[in-house]
Design a protein around this ligand. Structure first.
Ligand code: SF4
Length: 316
């Protein structure tokens, strides 16, 4: 992709955010106190969706740090499903917990910091060339691996040339059938989805993009247009989001809006993710999870065709 480097327009300070919202004292305190752990990071597109005058706005709660994030509970370790990830890391950047399927932790950096995120204490870094090669080497050697999930962080963050390289290498592995990218990039930075970027992604079909909408208002016109264009390019869109509390309760869940925008509800993540203040009471959450699973059941089939041969590098 012509060595293009992308510079993201990110809000990290109180002063920058004040252009979009009238901050409360509690929000200012949250921004200040959470800085050492997970600093505020919001894209200008997302900041434009925030309600300037309503401190209870769910999108504000998703984006603006809160001191509640700093509360620790005695059983934090016991309920942390992710603390043992290291056990499943055969090489850096790979998590191989389930048969046939691996997570490729492509980067831990994101366009913005979602305040519920369970990866909040990871340092932002991207696999450099040598470590990425090692991780891809592991995928090549393990013929049982059918499904590679690019995750992070946000794999769409950063230099698209590097992502193209990684997708190419993985797509050329004969036993890998499905590549998925989990991302909130369409939500945070719809402007990065140029025709060139979408064309690049479409070379690697069958490619699944897992969107992660939390709230219906995240489906702005710009975002819906990106989903349309991705879908037109043959990229399968699936929605997988956490069930959170306080962000969705007042305005409903995003499934209907997401389905209308072309991303099929796939599954919802319950309770084990993120800061405790964002968890929903289990009964309510389970009920919703079941409803969502029913709606999604049987609606989606992945088409398994390799198309790396369409990539220009194959002709070199
Ligand atoms: S939820 Fe995803 S996009 Fe948001 S901060 Fe966590 S890893 Fe990044």
């Amino acid at each position: 992709m012509n060595g293009r480097r992308v510079k993201h327009d990110i809000i990290t300070t109180e002063e920058q955010l004040a252009e979009y919202v009238t901050l409360t004292d509690a929000e200012k305190e949250g921004i200040r106190k959470c800085r050492p752990i997970m600093p505020m990071k919001i894209t200008r597109h997302y900041a434009g969706l925030l309600d300037r005058d309503n401190p209870d706005d769910p999108l504000r709660k998703l984006a603006i740090p809160s001191v509640e994030e700093l509360v620790r509970y005695p059983d934090d370790e016991a309920v942390d499903m992710h603390r043992d990830e290291a056990k499943y890391q055969p090489v850096e950047g790979i998590i191989h917990r389930y048969p046939g399927k691996v997570l490729l932790m492509y980067t831990t950096a994101c366009f913005a910091h979602c305040r519920f995120c369970f990866r909040s204490e990871k340092v932002a870094s991207t696999l450099d060339g040598r470590r990425l090669d090692k991780a891809i080497g592991y995928l090549r050697k393990n013929e049982s691996i059918r499904d590679v999930i690019f995750t992070g962080g946000d794999p769409m963050y950063g230099n698209p040339d590097r992502l193209e390289h990684a997708l190419y290498e993985v797509r050329c592995i004969p036993h890998v059938e499905i590549i998925r990218i989990t991302t909130r990039a369409p939500i945070f930075a719809p402007e990065i989805f140029t025709d060139e970027l979408i064309r690049m992604l479409s070379w690697f079909k069958p490619l699944v993009m897992i969107t992660s909408f939390i709230h219906p208002r995240e489906l702005s016109d710009e975002v819906c247009s990106v989903l349309d264009r991705l879908s037109d390019a043959g990229i399968v869109l699936l929605q997988q989001g956490p069930i959170t509390q306080g962000h969705q309760r007042r305005c409903g869940h995003p499934e209907n809006a997401v389905r209308k925008a072309g991303s099929a509800p796939h599954y919802a993540l319950l309770r084990d993710l993120g800061h405790r203040f964002s968890w929903q009471p289990p009964l309510h959450a389970r009920r919703r999870k079941r409803t969502q699973a029913d709606k999604a059941a049987g609606k989606h089939h992945l088409r398994l065709l390799h198309s790396a041969s369409q990539h220009p590098r194959s002709e070199q």
